[in-house]
Design a protein around this ligand. Structure first.
Ligand SMILES: [Zn+2]
Length: 78
């Protein structure tokens, strides 16, 4: 009997192809992995607010957009 782990982000069982050797383990998808990364970056593991994966994806896309708005590093010459 193999008991499949649930994804820590969305609580779905991991797809059969995800195992300990997978780049996205222990998450079910790259999106869930990004959600986890985003939470760490923003310290959201330390607040009680619980967002749905959909809300997190929205926040991530907003975050990525704000990153893109940053000007490239410039003004320094070698
Ligand atoms: Zn997931």
């Amino acid at each position: 009997m193999i008991h499949r782990l649930p994804c820590p982000i969305c609580d779905k069982e991991l797809p059969i192809e995800i195992d300990g050797n997978s780049a996205i383990f222990p998450f079910c998808s790259p999106n869930c992995k990004n959600v986890d990364l985003y939470r760490w970056m923003n310290g959201e593991y330390f607040v009680s607010e619980k967002l749905t994966p959909e809300e997190m994806y929205e926040k991530i896309s907003q975050f990525e957009e704000s990153q893109e708005e940053l000007p490239p590093e410039s003004g320094e010459s070698f």
